[in-house]
Design a protein around this ligand. Structure first.
Ligand code: PXL
Length: 278
């Protein structure tokens, strides 16, 4: 069985980060090891959340795994809360990367042109450096704008803008950059990517749904890294991850009791599992 390690916070309520990554990657048939970087009562879109930092656990956990010779088919990082965590994660990647495994970084920091609570431009610059260590990065347009020091365009982007941003993102050092939340045509929303090794662009679009929910980036990233780890091609993995994310949003829209803070990704899991095991 393949094994992923994911490094991000656990927001006890909120359907994001580890409470999304663990069930999704496990359901895809991949062992999911975790390093929880912090425990929060909820994600940071709630008011008055608690925050217990676990930075000091990262190095001892990594040292124990090294002693036990535990390795990973993919290293997947999400929300990281401090400069020190970025440094420790960089060291973790240097220790645990191999010629074969996949380093997948979701630079979770921003949405709708705004940094999440507690983040700064300086943090975005350090996250950009960490992205230089990756094989694949999956920023949304806001995160890419902060990492590249470009304005966030409320009115949208042309295909040429997106292609340029993707190329610029790979100059940070990552092999492949994937931008999420792209609209080039009315009624369609999707992702576009650039593979700097082959010099090729790729994309996948689905129906645009006129809603916005927390945690959809984590649902997309978790299902994408899961699909890549079980050996799907990049194009196939993108289609699986976009379709699964859209289905999670559709299930949420149909649920009269849906929560405001996350999507009903659980109800879309059976179809995802069926797709992977036809
Ligand atoms: O979904 C990304 C995310 C992860 N973790 C925490 C967050 C957020 C987004 O707001 O606050 C703690």
């Amino acid at each position: 069985m393949k094994r992923i390690v994911t490094i991000q916070d656990i927001s006890c309520v909120g359907k994001c980060s580890l409470t999304v990554a663990l069930p999704i990657i496990s359901a895809m048939g991949v062992e999911t090891a975790v390093i929880p970087t912090a425990v929060l009562s909820t994600h940071t879109a709630f008011k008055n959340f608690t925050f217990c930092d676990l930075t000091k656990e990262i190095e001892p956990i990594a040292a124990h795994w090294e002693q036990e010779k535990i390795g990973f088919d993919a290293i997947y990082t999400g929300y990281l809360g401090s400069f020190e965590q970025l440094n420790l994660v960089r060291e973790f990647i240097q220790h645990f990367r191999t010629e074969k495994n996949l380093v997948f970084i979701d630079p979770v920091m921003a949405d709708n042109g705004k940094l999440y609570a507690g983040f700064t431009q300086e943090f975005a610059d350090c996250m950009a450096q960490l992205c230089g260590q990756a094989d694949v990065i999956v920023p949304n347009l806001s995160e890419a704008a902060f990492m590249l020091h470009r304005p966030y365009l409320e009115k949208g982007y042309t295909e040429a803008d997106i292609r340029q941003m993707l190329k610029d993102l790979t100059t940070l050092g990552t092999k492949t950059a994937i931008l999420t939340g792209i609209t080039l045509e009315e009624g369609k929303l999707g992702v576009m990517g650039y593979d700097s090794v082959s010099g090729s662009y790729f994309s996948y679009f689905s129906e645009y749904l006129p809603v916005s929910f927390h945690g959809t980036g984590d649902v997309f990233a978790s299902s994408l890294v899961g699909a890549l780890t079980i050996g799907k091609s990049m194009q196939e993995a993108l289609e699986i991850a976009v379709d699964y994310t859209v289905e999670s949003i559709r299930k949420t829209m149909k649920d009269p009791n849906a929560n405001w803070y996350g999507v009903n990704f659980e109800e879309a899991l059976p179809a995802l599992i069926k797709r992977l095991n036809p």
